[in-house]
Unconditional design. Structure first.
Length: 133
């Protein structure tokens, strides 16, 4: 149900984030939350029969690309480990889109697999996608 899916989402989404979108399709609920203080949006795909999060996208106001590189891949790995202390099998790759560089990080956590784009100058996460087990 609607309330159950919100409660399930709240296990991963900060309490201060506000629900601003909900759509139900068969056994799947799509929920969108926004933290108005940090400008971070959370989009979740929830199996409403199993009451289980299948996927979550986290989009911040940080742009993952930059023309200036400050962090090496080792520095980005340290940032990932700080944000996700249980991260394992971390792979970092520097990529380029036009004049902008960014890092892609892929790694495993206890809850599933994570793919993220990080800014090479600020080290900030610009986009994160989690596939839950």
């Amino acid at each position: 149900t609607y309330k159950t899916s919100i409660a399930t989402a709240r296990t991963e989404v900060p309490q201060e984030a506000v629900l601003f979108g909900y759509k139900s399709e068969k056994n799947i609920d799509l929920l969108q939350f926004r933290d108005n203080d940090s400008y971070i949006e959370y989009k979740l795909v929830i199996d409403n029969v199993l009451n289980k999060i299948l996927e979550m996208d986290i989009h911040g106001s940080n742009i993952p690309g930059s023309t200036t590189i400050k962090y090496t891949s080792t520095g980005i790995m340290d940032i990932v480990k700080k944000a996700y202390p249980d991260a394992k099998n971390i792979a970092i790759e520097q990529k380029q889109d036009g004049n902008n560089f960014y890092y892609e990080a892929g790694f495993d956590i206890k809850k599933g697999k994570v793919e993220a784009k990080l800014n090479p100058f600020t080290g900030a996460f610009g986009h994160t996608h989690i596939n839950f087990k």
